[in-house]
Design a binder for this molecule. Structure first.
Ligand SMILES: Cc1ncc(COP(=O)(O)O)c(C=O)c1O
Length: 383
């Protein structure tokens, strides 16, 4: 049987990884500025993470959500403490799309309404409602199309106010920083307006923190910069450092009912062990602070490199917009300098999503390589 060919692949086979480094089957060593798409939060194969998952697997790996799983409570307690919402409740699932799907479903159960506001350039996943509120018609199948999705311009407070005039709005779903779209930050005043209008119109503010959450921005959720709380936060990528685990945290205003939400695999023993290990390391190694400080260092260094048009983002989620399309630059970085970077839907923007415990020396290696590639490319363009 062949694989269903939906992914454009690099001709690279990683066989080993440690911290911010990967090794391929030919012995080449790569620096990872992409974090496997914002997933690697605490570095590849962190010893605490490997030990926690291995120990758990030797005890029990899985049983269904019909029994007591104290690891779920431990995870909820640790997550509530570190994210600053100990009064919220946790529902565990398996992927970012599933987290968003459950968040929107819960919002609609809660207020009985149907229309969801999302934003241009946004990405929320590929399942039915998640993809319907994603601004990319090429991945929306006819069966996913729904008149319940309203996609508004980004950071446009007037358009948001006008959309609320209908009074049918169930929820607003918004990334704190658009990831796939090319790292565009939601302004603090826009998120405050989302909060205000949701309160006024009995609608739910859903913070999609799948990519920009889990400390990547330097705060636990990128939405925290605005100083207002969301009703539901969705999270996935960095949560398990590669182990598939996702979740939503839910404000006390929602009442749970048996069978209202559910999943077979969500919250299994191994997933919880992975997620707990990630939180332990984030706390022990002070990774929010590292993300904030090294993010500033990296952005400042990149801004002065000729050919760079704009550097966006917070913490270690950085959009590096060039004056020319970035595909060739990324290709040279990978082939000649053995550095992984990310793309985005904006062809001029490189996305940088390294592990939150990357160090300054590793960033310097990237800055040096990128400077060289840019200067060679500029010389080529001038000639
Ligand atoms: C902001 C955001 N939301 C949701 C998703 C979907 O997550 P998943 O691919 O785990 O379903 C993504 C994935 O890139 C994302 O970036």
């Amino acid at each position: 049987m062949k694989l269903f060919d939906v992914y454009p692949l690099f001709d690279i086979e990683p066989v080993k990884a440690q911290g911010s480094w990967l090794w391929d089957d030919k012995g080449n060593k790569y620096l990872d500025l992409y974090g496997g798409h914002a997933v690697i939060s605490i570095g590849h194969s962190h010893t605490h993470y490997v030990r926690k998952i291995t120990e758990q697997l030797n005890k029990i790996g899985f049983y269904s959500n019909s029994v007591q799983i104290p690891l779920q409570t431990e995870l909820a307690d640790k997550l509530g403490a570190i994210c600053g919402h100990p009064d919220y409740a946790l529902f565990l699932c398996n992927s970012g799309a599933e987290a968003n799907e459950n968040a929107m479903k819960l919002a609609s159960f809660h207020n009985g309404k149907k229309k969801i506001i999302s934003f241009k350039n946004g990405f929320h996943g590929r399942t039915s409602l998640a993809v319907a509120v994603t601004d990319n018609p090429s991945i929306v199948a006819p069966v996913n199309e729904t008149e319940n999705s309203i996609i508004l311009p980004w950071n446009d407070e007037t358009a948001l106010e006008e959309a609320f005039n209908s009074n049918e709005i169930c929820a607003v779903i918004i990334e704190g920083m658009q990831g796939v779209g090319g790292v565009f930050v939601a302004s603090d005043s826009f998120l405050k307006k989302v909060r205000l209008l949701c309160d006024k119109h009995n609608a739910i503010y859903i913070a999609d923190a799948v990519q920009c959450g889990y400390g990547r921005s330097g705060k636990f959720f990128a939405h925290d910069f605005a100083g207002v709380d969301a009703d539901i936060y969705t999270m996935a990528k960095g949560m398990g450092n590669g182990f598939p685990v996702a979740g939503i945290i839910i404000s006390p205003k929602f009442k749970a009912k048996h069978s209202m939400l559910g999943t077979t695999f969500g919250g299994n023993h191994l997933a919880c062990a992975a997620a707990i290990a990630v939180l332990d390391v984030i706390k022990a190694e002070n990774l929010l602070q590292n993300a904030e400080q090294l993010g500033e260092y990296l952005k400042n260094a990149l801004r002065v490199i000729p050919g760079v048009k704009q550097v966006r983002g917070r913490g270690l989620m950085i959009g590096l917009e060039l004056e020319t399309p970035c595909a060739e630059i990324r290709d040279i970085l990978l082939k000649e300098y053995k550095i992984f970077t990310g793309s985005s839907s904006n062809k001029y923007t490189i996305r940088l999503l390294p592990a939150l415990n990357i160090n300054k020396g590793e960033l310097d290696l990237f800055i040096e390589a990128f400077t060289k590639v840019m200067s060679k490319t500029l010389v080529k363009i001038v000639n």
